[in-house]
Ligand binder design. Structure first.
Ligand SMILES: C[S@@+](CC[C@H](N)C(=O)[O-])C[C@H]1O[C@@H](n2cnc3c(N)ncnc32)[C@H](O)[C@@H]1O
Length: 236
């Protein structure tokens, strides 16, 4: 992956992605959501056009980004609990996006918007520097096979993008139930100690913050007997 530049290059293209797009079937309700709700709560992504959060949300409140929200239930819950901040979810899976659109409508959330695109490209091209209060990455695909490790989204390259986007004092919060990935995340983030301070102390996992709702993939991990690890890093 190329390093990000201040002037995004629209032609830049990532060869290795952290997801394999399985379109999946939309329910009738999700189809309606794309027709009727996407124009209100969805943001069409185009390279080279930075997201203007003030214009998007109609206010200057802090913005939290969630990468890979899955079905979005936990993101909707957090956005509802914390109306003083704006929330942006990025997900590639269409049924998940449809599901969250319906949750936004059901809960009447005014502070949540969705981008359906590769979050790495969005971070590299469209998120203005120092514009985010926090980024959360919950239960990213673990890609357990060694030959697939290069697909893991949390890499030194992603840390560069996060360091660019998160304001000083802002938080990066990750959680995973895959122990080898948890160790890799900890090592990768601790290696960026000049940019991110480990709030739990160097080499330590954080305790689970009460404000993080149980996610769908976390429940699955718990059923399988996996230990869940949280990582909380503060941008210096
Ligand atoms: C294992 S699921 C976890 C979903 C949710 N966070 C949870 O805990 O239930 C990982 C999700 O990340 C999404 N994802 C993976 N790479 C992504 C990327 N580069 N951009 C956006 N979404 C991505 C996948 O589509 C999938 O829905």
């Amino acid at each position: 992956m190329n390093p990000p530049t201040d002037s995004p290059t629209p032609s830049w293209h990532r060869a290795i992605r952290s997801f394999v797009l399985r379109e999946g079937r939309l329910t009738l309700a999700q189809e309606r959501a794309f027709r009727e709700l996407w124009p209100r709560f969805g943001l069409d992504w185009s390279p080279g056009v930075p997201l203007d959060f003030g214009a998007i949300f109609g206010n200057d409140r802090p913005v939290v980004l969630e990468i890979g929200f899955g079905n979005g239930d936990s993101l909707a819950e957090m956005a509802e609990q914390d109306p003083a901040r704006n929330w942006l979810g990025i997900e590639v899976h269409r049924p998940g996006v449809g599901h969250l659109l319906l949750e936004i409508e059901r809960r009447a959330l005014a502070n949540l918007r969705i981008v359906r695109h590769d979050a790495v490209e969005v971070l590299a091209h469209s998120i203005p520097p120092v514009s985010l209060d926090a980024v959360q990455l919950f239960f990213p695909d673990p890609w357990p096979k060694r030959r697939h490790h290069k697909r893991r989204i949390l890499s030194p390259d992603l840390v560069v993008l996060l360091a660019r986007a998160i304001r000083p004092g802002g938080i990066f919060h990750a959680a995973t139930d895959w122990e080898p990935y948890a160790e890799q995340m900890l090592e990768t983030l601790d290696a960026a100690a000049d940019q991110f301070e480990n709030t739990a102390g160097q080499g330590q996992f954080a305790s689970r913050p009460a404000l993080r709702p149980l996610t769908r993939f976390e429940q699955r991990g718990e059923r399988l007997g996996h230990r869940v690890r949280d990582l909380l890093f503060r941008r210096r």
